[in-house]
Design a protein around this ligand. Sequence first.
Ligand SMILES: C[S@@+](CC[C@H](N)C(=O)[O-])C[C@H]1O[C@@H](n2cnc3c(N)ncnc32)[C@H](O)[C@@H]1O
Length: 239
Amino acid sequence: MNDIAQTRQRDPQTIRRMFGRIAPRYDLLNHVLSFGADRRWRRRACKLATVRPGGLVLDVCAGTGDFALECIRQHAEVAHICLTDFSEPMLSIGRAKANGIPAGKISQGCADALRLPYRDEAFDLVLCGFGVRNLENVSGGLREFRRVTRPGGELIMVEFCAHPMPWYAWPGQLWIRHVLPTVGRLLSGHASAYVYLPTSRDAFFSPEGLKRQLEAAGYRDVRYELLTFGVATLFVATR
Ligand SMILES: C[S@@+](CC[C@H](N)C(=O)[O-])C[C@H]1O[C@@H](n2cnc3c(N)ncnc32)[C@H](O)[C@@H]1O
């Protein structure tokens, strides 16, 4: 896909509207379309996170909050977690799911990931689950995530990268390219959102390419692991 097509595909207003429309069905579709693997991926990602006692965490492109909630479940040492996203309907589903978590421990803010309303070095840990691929300016987003992370803090990111799956994972390829868009359309009632997922994955960086982007943004010790034959990729990077 050429640069113009990529940029058009990542037009922020189009993306924001798309997530606003699919918000009520987003969680269901995640779990159905990945056969529950999305939960395992976030669990694995949170397992690799280092949080110091009293740690402040930001979940950027937080959507309905599953990454943040998993982080709270695994890390009692988290003092506060902020969820930020530019889609109010996605955040509002997240608010309902956070019922029962003490108000002082979790907060939400509607904001663009490219212009985060937080001071420099405010967070010990930044999470980003399946968000960065949607940004109009990926390197600008990574620099912004780094800006709000304290020196020595971490970024933990899970993303769908362009990665050729091994031949024996052909049922997975078939599912992603052909079945997922149809099932997604039927369950979400939205014609293009689940076509966007495989096409934006194909047009995105490879895991090595995204690692280089992270390094160019100033992160060090960048490492990644492939999840479920490379369907998703998990990145850990230090500020
Ligand atoms: C695929 S969802 C991921 C949600 C959640 N992190 C998860 O793990 O399920 C991507 C989210 O990124 C948000 N998003 C995309 N572009 C954004 C931007 N420029 N600023 C803020 N949020 C953005 C969308 O609104 C959507 O909620």
